[in-house]
Ligand binder design. Structure first.
Ligand code: SAH
Length: 231
């Protein structure tokens, strides 16, 4: 199984606070409108069949459903999925959540999705290239796949680990393991080997003074990438 039990446990322990915007998940709440609009601009979500890989408590999944997409969210964290289900009941925004590995989902529902999203997840799995391949299998020809992760270089270590976990305490210590960060060229390689085309990169920045996140062209720390399955 392409999953690290310690990684899953880390998220499980915090899962009951997933929808508390002041909790450890605050950064996900704050970046969500940015990534949602970025995705929606590239792949208008209304009416689309979407799958969110590593959906956790469903922050992105629900927001895509609110845009009119039919959304499936999958994860291997049982607690997070329970929280996601409860929140969807409460909000009345329907999402189909499933406890299943991306690779198994790809075997069951290959080629069924217009859009595949996999955000802030690849840096938590033992073999990210296998997840990218599963995403490529899930998307329809002509459909789009969106990833986000953390770059691996000294600046990313300083900002994403030392800055975010130790100085600014935006995230609990130990949230991210530097060795598992992925450079844009590595991710491009995984994407192309999976038979997808890279369409573009976007950087995500955080200003500690204003406490505001923004999208920009600096992919040196947190970044997103858009890919497409050729027709
Ligand atoms: N994608 C969501 C959550 C990111 S947190 C968002 O951006 O809002 C990372 C998530 O990845 C957690 O929910 C964790 O349970 C999940 N995860 C970690 N390893 C996984 C694996 N091997 N398979 C599926 N999900 C995994």
């Amino acid at each position: 199984m392409n999953a690290d039990p310690l990684e899953l446990q880390k998220f499980s322990e915090l899962a009951h606070r997933w929808w508390d915007p002041t909790s450890e998940f605050r950064p996900l709440h704050e970046i969500n409108p940015l990534r949602l609009e970025w995705i929606n601009a590239r792949a208008p979500l209304a009416g689309k069949n979407v799958i969110d890989i590593g959906c956790g408590g469903g922050i992105l999944s629900e927001s895509m459903a609110r845009k009119g997409a039919t959304v499936t969210g999958i994860d291997l964290g049982e607690k997070a999925l329970k929280v996601a289900d409860l929140h969807s009941l409460e909000s009345g925004v329907q999402v189909r959540y499933k406890l299943i590995a991306a690779e198994d989902m790809a075997a069951q529902e290959a080629g069924q999705y217009d859009v595949v999203t996999c955000m802030e997840m690849l840096e938590h799995v033992p073999d990210p290239s296998a997840i990218v391949r599963a995403c490529a299998a899930l998307v329809k020809p002509g459909g789009q796949v969106f990833f986000s992760t953390l770059n691996r270089n000294p600046k990313a270590y300083l900002f994403a680990v030392i800055g975010a976990e130790y100085l600014l305490r935006l995230l609990p210590k130990g949230t991210h393991d530097y060795e598992k960060f992925i450079t844009p060229s590595e991710l491009s390689q995984y994407i192309r080997s999976a038979g997808l085309e890279v369409q573009g990169f976007k950087g995500m920045g955080y200003n500690p003074l204003t406490k505001i996140y923004s999208l920009n062209d600096d992919t040196s720390v947190n970044y997103l990438v858009a890919a497409r399955r050729p027709l």
